[in-house]
Design a protein around this ligand. Structure first.
Ligand SMILES: NC(=O)c1ccc[n+]([C@@H]2O[C@H](COP(=O)([O-])OP(=O)(O)OC[C@H]3O[C@@H](n4cnc5c(N)ncnc54)[C@H](O)[C@@H]3O)[C@@H](O)[C@H]2O)c1
Length: 442
């Protein structure tokens, strides 16, 4: 099938590569020329494990091409995927400027019947609004609009698309439904996991899914904060609670809270959508406010440990991306923590396996960037671990101790064993408690 994909970000590129893998002819459209130049050469403009070999192969075999011409994109595809960004606007609502621009291009250049598939996460009602827009602008052409939200996770995006837990297809149009079924059929060989519904329901499924995941994180964070004050071990609590099959262990990790380009903005958008129709979403408001405070607890612990005397201290910070296996730093708690320490006149040296260049665009020269996880430790008064990359999980603690000025670790993801660290002499702070070692902040 001839398919065009508007937007070559994390989602658009993965969708394009996965659909090319199954033999479709894909043309990707993006106004960002730098990005296109890299993609044309088979180079990914972002970090996503396992994607580049598939990108290269599909380009080489002629199933995947790139252009900045919206006209070519619209004319090329029978199916037009829209995977542009829908960032948070100033008032919390979603900014749909990029999506509307694509819709106007579709109306301008369409020469025959089109199936328009909205992959971007958009407020409930957007699919129907796009359908009305297209009908108004081009009454001479038949458009079907499908709301097909994406659930991939950065870090495992291609596999998530190829082996999806579920596919949601929201449309009132039988013709579009059949085309979407055909497109997804190769990914449904083992079992059918497709949910058909109307556009509004599909749009809400995406927001409800992300709001639930955010709720699980804020829930365990609230429990961790209570554990800390009543003397219970949150690391044991979360395992035992998660062992109940009605609850499940996923997304029950206490720490600095959630970031990224999806959970925070989708939660805020859903809150804004609810309020716009006169509903006060008390639960979602709490999920949000717990998360917004969560990273500040770590800074508070640092201030308390040093009795407020932070000026001139040296901090080593591991992890800049909002989660491991991505270079995405959007809404990353790590950058907020780094900035707060810099404001308090702490000298911060950071290391991340993939996200340094993206972090540099935001933090600039306010921090030092290290070439390795051990380099940033030299002479440091504290180590702060914010992103749980695999390489940070079992470090050489003896080496850490020999490099640092003090044996002091603040763990923003609860990845270390408190007993082990205590035995090695570290003073160790985690979410839900602390163990006292050699360093007392004096
Ligand atoms: N990143 C994720 O893990 C993820 C997962 C599920 C859903 N989503 C949703 O998918 C959408 C895209 O997310 P993303 O992370 O890929 O965004 P992104 O910011 O990485 O990429 C967006 C791309 O769209 C391009 N673009 C902007 N205007 C355009 C136009 N007029 N025509 C063509 N391209 C244009 C930009 O240049 C950019 O390359 C968002 O709505 C997001 O909420 C993201």
């Amino acid at each position: 099938m001839r398919i065009s994909v508007f937007g070559t970000g994390y989602v658009g590129t993965v969708v394009a590569v996965a659909l090319a893998e199954t033999g479709n002819d894909i043309l990707c459209i993006d106004p960002d020329k730098n990005r296109l130049n890299m993609l044309k050469k088979g180079i990914l403009p972002f970090y996503e494990p396992g994607l580049s070999e598939h990108l290269e192969r599909n380009i080489r075999e002629g199933r995947l091409a790139f252009t900045d011409s919206a006209e070519d994109g619209v004319r090329n595809g029978k199916v037009l995927f829209i995977a542009v960004g829908t960032p948070q606007g100033k008032d919390g609502s979603s900014d749909l400027c990029a999506l509307e621009e694509v819709v106007r291009s579709i109306a301008k250049y369409a020469n025959d019947e089109k199936v328009v598939v909205i992959k971007s996460t958009v407020p409930v009602g957007t699919g129907s609004r796009v359908k009305r827009m297209l009908k108004e602008l081009r009454p001479d052409i038949q458009f079907s609009v499908v709301s097909n939200p994406e659930f991939m996770k950065e870090g495992t995006a291609l596999m998530d698309f190829i082996k999806p837990a579920r596919v949601v297809i929201g449309t009132r149009d039988e013709h579009a439904k059949r085309i979407m079924e055909e497109l997804y059929e190769p990914f449904m060989r083992v079992s059918k996991r497709t949910f058909f519904c109307d556009n509004e329901t599909a749009e809400m499924i995406k927001y409800a899914s992300n709001a639930f995941l955010a709720t699980k994180i804020s829930f365990i964070n609230e429990i961790a904060n209570i554990c800390e004050n009543v003397g219970a071990d949150v690391n044991c609590v979360r395992l035992a609670v998660g062992a109940d099959p009605r609850i499940g262990p996923q997304f029950l990790f206490p720490g600095v809270g959630f970031g990224g380009s999806c959970l925070p903005k989708d939660l805020i958008s859903l809150i804004s959508q609810a309020k716009a129709v006169g509903y006060e979403p008390g639960l979602l408001d709490s999920v949000r406010s717990i998360n917004e405070k969560q990273w500040t607890h770590l800074v508070k612990k640092i201030k308390e440990h040093f009795k407020g005397k932070l000026v001139g201290l040296k901090a080593a910070l591991w992890g800049l991306s909002f989660k491991p296996e991505t270079d995405d730093v959007r809404e990353s708690p790590s950058l907020k923590i780094a900035s707060a320490l810099v404001e308090n006149k702490v000298k911060v040296s950071v290391f991340d396996p993939a996200a340094i260049e993206n972090a540099r665009k935001i933090l600039g020269d306010t921090v030092n960037y290290g070439k390795s996880m051990y380099e940033v430790l030299e002479g440091a008064d504290m180590l702060i671990v914010v992103t749980e990359w695999l390489e940070f999980r079992h470090p050489d603690f003896e080496r850490i101790k020999s490099l640092m000025k003090r044996s002091l670790i603040f763990d923003g993801r609860n990845i270390y064993d408190k007993e082990e660290l205590k035995n090695k002499g570290f003073t160790y702070y985690f979410y839900g408690g602390s163990v006292s070692g050699e360093d007392h902040g004096d």
